[in-house]
Design a protein around this ligand. Structure first.
Ligand SMILES: Cc1cc2nc3c(=O)[nH]c(=O)nc-3n(C[C@H](O)[C@H](O)[C@H](O)COP(=O)(O)O)c2cc1C
Length: 384
């Protein structure tokens, strides 16, 4: 096989191959947004509008792109964002992502609705695991999930705020993608055209919500579907967040914040950071691009706590743009998943290495040795 680092120069190159290797229903689930998909498109387009001004004559540069967050030094200022139903997108994805995080020294955020048990995925991440919570209605379930994830080695709790109810994702619905996954005859036909995915499924078994199954009386798919729908949505309030912050011994990050008032109140309520995010454009099509929301939130809370960012990151330059606009750290979901679907087990690591090379090159071009110097490169949106 040709050297992938020559053939796949960008995340877009990987995306094209990923599409050819993934059954249609899995692809539509991964790639789609909500409604007309303007918010997910806006995320990438607005990031591309961010201009940075290089500074020259700085002599020999040795860019250091490692960064410290919550007392841990990460090799890159980007982590793997939570992705639910991971094993449907690519069989075995959860454990591969956890191992990738350990090898690359970057965070791996395990979703509440991922398809590996937290007890299995946690140790594979070797201290790089963060646990993402969709707030359960039953506080006993919340306590148990937090206990299990902490015991499994997850260090940071990410509470997702931006799913007050299930979103309408039309492409996904058309392809009959359900929670939990149900494989229909139509899916079998689509899978037959994608042998690498199907072989992976035969090796790993049908994707199941291993972390959640114990909370339903008998783990029939039907009961679990009811549980996910009825128990994990619409619960989050300021009181619920305050209690959750008390229950977790480590840092708590609230994910999906777009308004500076909400960001400030998260911190006043006990959170240690926020992720500025519109859920990759998967919840509300009218939401602003995440990068547009970043500046005002940084202005309001960055003197007190770290600000994280996700939405539309497709390369090292995008990471630099977000950091230049004040983010301390970034997360990426689809880019890592495109890598995994395109290249299998080594795909997510390939993306991490692509990000590393691209970001280092951007630092050279901009005349920066340290990540915090990016903020002095006059970040601004190109005039429309
Ligand atoms: C297929 C898919 C599943 C996702 N599942 C979750 C999830 O379970 N929990 C969560 O907090 N965010 C979830 N997200 C949102 C991502 O964590 C992240 O906020 C967003 O996708 C970032 O945008 P990007 O995909 O352009 O990097 C999901 C995103 C995708 C694409």
């Amino acid at each position: 096989m040709a050297d992938p680092s020559v053939k796949y120069q960008t995340v877009d190159d990987l995306r094209r191959r990923a599409r050819r290797r993934t059954p249609r229903f899995a692809w539509e689930y991964l790639d789609s947004g909500e409604g007309d998909e303007r918010a997910s498109t806006r995320n990438t387009q607005c990031l591309q509008q961010v201009l940075l001004t290089p500074r020259f004559l700085r002599g020999e540069l040795e860019p250091d792109i490692s960064t410290e967050l919550f007392g841990v030094r990460y090799s890159l200022p980007v982590g793997i964002a939570p992705v639910g139903l991971t094993g449907l997108v690519w069989p075995g994805a959860d454990l591969t992502l956890a191992r990738t995080a350990a090898r690359c020294t970057i965070p791996y955020v395990a979703s509440t609705v991922n398809t590996a048990d937290v007890a299995v995925a946690g140790p594979k991440a070797e201290g790089m695991g963060w646990f993402q919570l969709y707030p359960p209605r039953d506080t006993g379930v919340r306590q148990d999930l937090l206990d299990r994830s902490r015991e499994a080695g997850f260090t940071v709790l990410v509470v997702t705020a931006d799913v007050p109810a299930r979103a309408r994702r039309e492409r996904q619905t058309r392809e009959r993608v359900s929670m939990p996954p149900r494989i229909t005859p139509r899916h079998v036909t689509q899978a037959a055209l994608r042998p690498a995915w199907t072989l992976g499924l035969l090796r790993n078994g049908l994707p199941r919500f291993h972390t959640l199954e114990r909370y339903v009386d008998r783990s029939t798919l039907k009961q679990l579907a009811g549980f996910v729908g009825a128990s994990l949505g619409g619960t989050l309030s300021w009181d619920y967040l305050a209690e959750t912050c008390q229950l977790w011994p480590g840092p708590v990050v609230v994910k999906g914040i777009l308004h500076p008032d909400d960001a400030e109140r998260c911190i006043d309520t006990g959170a240690d950071a926020v992720v500025v995010s519109n859920h990759g454009g998967r919840q509300l099509d009218a939401a602003p691009a995440a990068i547009e929301a970043l500046g005002p939130i940084v202005e309001r809370i960055a003197s007190r706590v770290p600000v994280l960012f996700d939405g539309g990151i497709r390369g090292g330059l995008d990471i630099a743009r977000a950091l230049a606009l004040g983010a301390d750290f970034t997360l990426s979901a689809r880019a890592f998943m495109y890598g995994l679907c395109a290249l299998g087990d080594r795909g997510a690591e390939f993306v991490a290495s692509m990000f590393e090379q691209q970001l280092t090159s951007v630092m050279h071009q901009l005349g920066c040795d340290r990540l915090n110097e990016l903020r002095d490169r006059d970040p601004r949106f190109a005039p429309a």
